[in-house]
Design a protein around this ligand. Structure first.
Ligand code: IPE
Ligand code: IPE
Ligand code: MG
Length: 248
Protein backbone atom coordinates (compact mmCIF):
# COMPACT_ATOMS: atom_id res chain seq x y z
CA UNK A 1 0.00 0.00 0.00
CA UNK A 2 1.36 3.41 -0.95
CA UNK A 3 2.04 5.85 1.87
CA UNK A 4 0.01 8.51 0.14
CA UNK A 5 -2.97 7.86 -2.06
CA UNK A 6 -1.77 9.07 -5.44
CA UNK A 7 -5.15 9.52 -7.07
CA UNK A 8 -5.34 13.06 -8.45
CA UNK A 9 -8.22 15.23 -7.31
CA UNK A 10 -10.83 16.13 -9.90
CA UNK A 11 -10.37 19.69 -11.20
CA UNK A 12 -13.81 20.68 -9.95
CA UNK A 13 -12.93 21.40 -6.32
CA UNK A 14 -13.50 25.09 -6.71
CA UNK A 15 -10.44 26.28 -4.82
CA UNK A 16 -9.51 29.94 -4.54
CA UNK A 17 -6.84 31.20 -6.92
CA UNK A 18 -4.41 32.58 -4.35
CA UNK A 19 -3.37 29.42 -2.59
CA UNK A 20 -0.69 29.63 0.11
CA UNK A 21 2.76 28.55 -0.98
CA UNK A 22 3.59 27.15 2.46
CA UNK A 23 1.07 25.68 4.91
CA UNK A 24 1.87 24.70 8.50
CA UNK A 25 -0.42 22.33 10.38
CA UNK A 26 -0.41 21.66 14.13
CA UNK A 27 -1.84 18.13 14.05
CA UNK A 28 -3.67 18.33 17.38
CA UNK A 29 -6.60 16.56 19.01
CA UNK A 30 -5.72 12.86 18.65
CA UNK A 31 -6.06 12.18 22.38
CA UNK A 32 -9.46 13.86 22.67
CA UNK A 33 -10.68 11.99 19.60
CA UNK A 34 -9.79 8.68 21.28
CA UNK A 35 -11.20 9.71 24.65
CA UNK A 36 -14.56 10.59 23.11
CA UNK A 37 -14.75 7.02 21.85
CA UNK A 38 -13.51 5.36 25.04
CA UNK A 39 -10.32 4.28 23.23
CA UNK A 40 -6.67 4.50 24.36
CA UNK A 41 -4.83 7.66 23.21
CA UNK A 42 -2.68 5.59 20.87
CA UNK A 43 -5.80 4.79 18.81
CA UNK A 44 -6.16 8.54 18.26
CA UNK A 45 -2.54 8.83 17.12
CA UNK A 46 -2.99 5.98 14.70
CA UNK A 47 -6.12 7.61 13.26
CA UNK A 48 -4.29 10.95 13.13
CA UNK A 49 -1.59 9.22 11.07
CA UNK A 50 -4.19 8.34 8.45
CA UNK A 51 -5.30 11.97 8.29
CA UNK A 52 -1.66 12.99 7.82
CA UNK A 53 -1.38 10.73 4.76
CA UNK A 54 -4.63 11.94 3.27
CA UNK A 55 -4.01 15.66 3.80
CA UNK A 56 -0.37 15.49 2.67
CA UNK A 57 -1.33 13.88 -0.62
CA UNK A 58 -4.15 16.37 -1.07
CA UNK A 59 -1.85 19.36 -0.50
CA UNK A 60 0.58 17.97 -3.05
CA UNK A 61 -2.22 17.30 -5.58
CA UNK A 62 -3.58 20.84 -5.40
CA UNK A 63 -0.14 22.36 -5.92
CA UNK A 64 0.99 23.44 -2.45
CA UNK A 65 4.78 23.85 -2.57
CA UNK A 66 5.67 23.43 1.13
CA UNK A 67 3.80 21.69 3.94
CA UNK A 68 5.11 21.61 7.51
CA UNK A 69 3.33 19.29 9.92
CA UNK A 70 3.91 19.31 13.66
CA UNK A 71 4.13 15.66 14.69
CA UNK A 72 6.04 15.70 18.01
CA UNK A 73 7.26 18.64 20.05
CA UNK A 74 10.28 18.99 22.33
CA UNK A 75 7.71 19.19 25.17
CA UNK A 76 5.84 16.03 24.19
CA UNK A 77 8.52 13.86 25.93
CA UNK A 78 6.68 14.78 29.17
CA UNK A 79 3.92 12.35 28.27
CA UNK A 80 3.62 8.91 29.93
CA UNK A 81 6.08 6.25 28.72
CA UNK A 82 3.43 4.07 27.13
CA UNK A 83 2.16 6.97 24.99
CA UNK A 84 5.71 7.86 23.92
CA UNK A 85 6.41 4.21 23.09
CA UNK A 86 3.31 3.88 20.96
CA UNK A 87 4.13 7.14 19.15
CA UNK A 88 7.68 5.93 18.39
CA UNK A 89 6.28 2.65 17.06
CA UNK A 90 3.86 4.55 14.86
CA UNK A 91 6.65 6.81 13.54
CA UNK A 92 8.77 3.76 12.73
CA UNK A 93 6.02 2.03 10.79
CA UNK A 94 5.38 5.19 8.79
CA UNK A 95 9.04 5.64 7.99
CA UNK A 96 9.46 2.03 6.94
CA UNK A 97 6.46 2.24 4.68
CA UNK A 98 7.67 5.52 3.25
CA UNK A 99 11.00 3.95 2.37
CA UNK A 100 9.47 1.24 0.23
CA UNK A 101 6.63 3.24 -1.25
CA UNK A 102 8.02 6.74 -1.75
CA UNK A 103 10.16 5.67 -4.70
CA UNK A 104 7.79 6.81 -7.39
CA UNK A 105 6.33 9.56 -5.31
CA UNK A 106 7.44 13.11 -6.02
CA UNK A 107 7.30 14.44 -2.43
CA UNK A 108 10.54 15.61 -0.78
CA UNK A 109 10.57 14.49 2.86
CA UNK A 110 12.51 16.48 5.44
CA UNK A 111 12.58 16.25 9.21
CA UNK A 112 12.87 19.41 11.23
CA UNK A 113 13.85 19.14 14.87
CA UNK A 114 16.61 17.49 16.87
CA UNK A 115 17.05 13.94 15.55
CA UNK A 116 19.60 13.03 18.24
CA UNK A 117 16.90 12.16 20.80
CA UNK A 118 15.49 9.33 18.72
CA UNK A 119 16.92 5.81 18.81
CA UNK A 120 19.46 4.77 16.16
CA UNK A 121 16.94 2.85 14.10
CA UNK A 122 14.45 5.69 13.86
CA UNK A 123 17.20 8.23 13.17
CA UNK A 124 18.61 6.07 10.37
CA UNK A 125 15.14 5.77 8.82
CA UNK A 126 14.71 9.54 8.99
CA UNK A 127 18.02 10.15 7.25
CA UNK A 128 17.32 7.47 4.63
CA UNK A 129 13.96 9.06 3.84
CA UNK A 130 15.56 12.47 3.48
CA UNK A 131 18.39 11.19 1.30
CA UNK A 132 16.11 9.07 -0.85
CA UNK A 133 13.68 11.88 -1.60
CA UNK A 134 15.86 14.99 -1.79
CA UNK A 135 16.03 15.21 -5.59
CA UNK A 136 12.32 14.83 -6.19
CA UNK A 137 10.54 17.62 -8.01
CA UNK A 138 7.40 17.85 -5.86
CA UNK A 139 6.12 19.43 -2.66
CA UNK A 140 8.52 19.73 0.26
CA UNK A 141 7.05 18.02 3.31
CA UNK A 142 8.70 19.08 6.58
CA UNK A 143 7.81 16.71 9.40
CA UNK A 144 8.49 18.44 12.73
CA UNK A 145 9.69 15.73 15.12
CA UNK A 146 11.28 16.60 18.44
CA UNK A 147 10.83 20.11 17.17
CA UNK A 148 10.62 23.17 19.37
CA UNK A 149 11.04 26.60 17.91
CA UNK A 150 12.80 28.02 20.97
CA UNK A 151 15.29 25.16 20.75
CA UNK A 152 15.69 25.90 17.03
CA UNK A 153 16.44 29.57 17.78
CA UNK A 154 18.94 28.68 20.55
CA UNK A 155 20.78 26.42 18.09
CA UNK A 156 20.85 29.17 15.49
CA UNK A 157 22.26 31.65 18.04
CA UNK A 158 24.99 29.20 19.09
CA UNK A 159 25.92 28.55 15.47
CA UNK A 160 26.17 32.27 14.74
CA UNK A 161 28.35 32.78 17.84
CA UNK A 162 30.72 30.07 16.54
CA UNK A 163 30.79 31.68 13.11
CA UNK A 164 31.57 35.08 14.60
CA UNK A 165 34.30 33.53 16.76
CA UNK A 166 35.95 31.76 13.85
CA UNK A 167 35.70 34.90 11.73
CA UNK A 168 33.44 33.52 9.00
CA UNK A 169 30.66 35.98 9.92
CA UNK A 170 31.06 39.54 11.17
CA UNK A 171 28.63 41.28 13.53
CA UNK A 172 27.51 43.58 10.71
CA UNK A 173 26.47 40.60 8.63
CA UNK A 174 23.98 39.38 11.25
CA UNK A 175 20.58 40.08 9.73
CA UNK A 176 17.08 38.65 9.73
CA UNK A 177 17.99 36.70 6.60
CA UNK A 178 21.14 35.30 8.19
CA UNK A 179 19.12 34.10 11.19
CA UNK A 180 16.45 32.54 8.91
CA UNK A 181 19.26 30.75 7.11
CA UNK A 182 20.39 29.10 10.37
CA UNK A 183 16.95 27.61 11.15
CA UNK A 184 15.77 24.12 10.19
CA UNK A 185 13.62 25.74 7.49
CA UNK A 186 16.58 27.52 5.85
CA UNK A 187 15.97 28.28 2.19
CA UNK A 188 12.20 27.85 2.44
CA UNK A 189 9.57 30.57 2.38
CA UNK A 190 7.85 31.37 5.69
CA UNK A 191 4.46 29.72 6.19
CA UNK A 192 1.62 31.77 4.70
CA UNK A 193 -1.07 29.86 6.56
CA UNK A 194 -0.96 27.97 9.86
CA UNK A 195 -3.90 25.71 10.61
CA UNK A 196 -4.61 24.40 14.11
CA UNK A 197 -7.41 21.88 14.38
CA UNK A 198 -8.90 20.94 17.78
CA UNK A 199 -9.87 24.49 18.68
CA UNK A 200 -6.81 25.50 20.72
CA UNK A 201 -5.76 29.13 20.31
CA UNK A 202 -2.04 28.75 20.82
CA UNK A 203 1.16 28.19 18.89
CA UNK A 204 2.76 25.60 21.24
CA UNK A 205 6.35 26.40 20.22
CA UNK A 206 5.78 25.92 16.46
CA UNK A 207 7.71 28.07 13.91
CA UNK A 208 7.94 31.12 16.20
CA UNK A 209 10.37 33.05 14.02
CA UNK A 210 8.84 31.94 10.73
CA UNK A 211 5.22 32.79 11.67
CA UNK A 212 5.80 36.56 12.00
CA UNK A 213 3.29 37.25 9.21
CA UNK A 214 1.48 33.92 8.90
CA UNK A 215 -2.29 33.85 8.77
CA UNK A 216 -3.82 31.64 11.49
CA UNK A 217 -6.91 29.51 11.04
CA UNK A 218 -8.13 27.67 14.14
CA UNK A 219 -10.65 24.94 13.37
CA UNK A 220 -13.01 23.15 15.71
CA UNK A 221 -12.29 19.70 14.36
CA UNK A 222 -10.07 17.11 16.02
CA UNK A 223 -7.19 16.11 13.73
CA UNK A 224 -8.39 12.51 13.12
CA UNK A 225 -11.71 13.96 11.87
CA UNK A 226 -10.04 16.60 9.68
CA UNK A 227 -10.73 16.07 5.98
CA UNK A 228 -10.15 17.65 2.58
CA UNK A 229 -13.26 19.80 2.96
CA UNK A 230 -11.78 21.29 6.15
CA UNK A 231 -8.58 22.10 4.30
CA UNK A 232 -10.64 23.67 1.49
CA UNK A 233 -12.42 25.78 4.10
CA UNK A 234 -9.12 26.93 5.60
CA UNK A 235 -7.93 27.83 2.08
CA UNK A 236 -11.07 29.87 1.45
CA UNK A 237 -10.67 31.72 4.76
CA UNK A 238 -7.01 32.38 3.92
CA UNK A 239 -7.89 33.67 0.44
CA UNK A 240 -10.18 36.32 1.99
CA UNK A 241 -7.58 37.65 4.41
CA UNK A 242 -6.00 40.99 3.69
CA UNK A 243 -2.29 40.57 4.35
CA UNK A 244 -0.80 43.98 5.04
CA UNK A 245 2.62 43.18 6.52
CA UNK A 246 2.45 46.37 8.53
CA UNK A 247 1.56 48.50 5.54
CA UNK A 248 -1.83 49.98 4.69
C1 IPE B 1 -1.47 15.67 18.88
O1 IPE B 1 -2.58 15.19 19.57
C2 IPE B 1 -0.40 14.62 18.70
C3 IPE B 1 0.82 14.86 19.49
C4 IPE B 1 1.04 15.90 20.24
C5 IPE B 1 1.85 13.86 19.44
P1 IPE B 1 -2.63 15.20 21.14
O2 IPE B 1 -2.08 13.90 21.64
O3 IPE B 1 -2.02 16.41 21.70
O4 IPE B 1 -4.20 15.21 21.38
P2 IPE B 1 -4.99 16.01 22.51
O5 IPE B 1 -4.59 17.45 22.37
O6 IPE B 1 -4.57 15.42 23.81
O7 IPE B 1 -6.42 15.78 22.18
C1 IPE C 1 1.35 20.61 19.84
O1 IPE C 1 0.32 19.97 20.47
C2 IPE C 1 2.34 19.61 19.35
C3 IPE C 1 1.88 18.72 18.30
C4 IPE C 1 0.70 18.72 17.72
C5 IPE C 1 2.83 17.76 17.87
P1 IPE C 1 0.27 19.76 22.05
O2 IPE C 1 -0.97 19.01 22.32
O3 IPE C 1 1.54 19.17 22.51
O4 IPE C 1 0.19 21.24 22.57
P2 IPE C 1 -0.44 21.84 23.90
O5 IPE C 1 0.10 21.03 25.06
O6 IPE C 1 -1.93 21.70 23.78
O7 IPE C 1 -0.02 23.27 23.92
MG1 MG D 1 -2.76 18.27 22.11
Amino acid sequence: MALFNKKKEPETRNLPENLPKHIGIIMDGNGRWAKKRGLPRKAGHSEGGKTFRKITRYCSDIGIKYLTVYAFSTENWKRPDDEINSLMKLFRSYLEEALSDFKDDDIVVRFIGDKSHFNDELRALMIENEEGSKDRPGMVLNIAMNYGSRDEIVRAVKQIVHEVEDGSVSEDEISEQLISDRLYTAGQPDPDLIIRPSGEYRISNFLLWQCAYSEFVIMNKLWPDFDKEDLDEALRIYAQRNRRYGGV
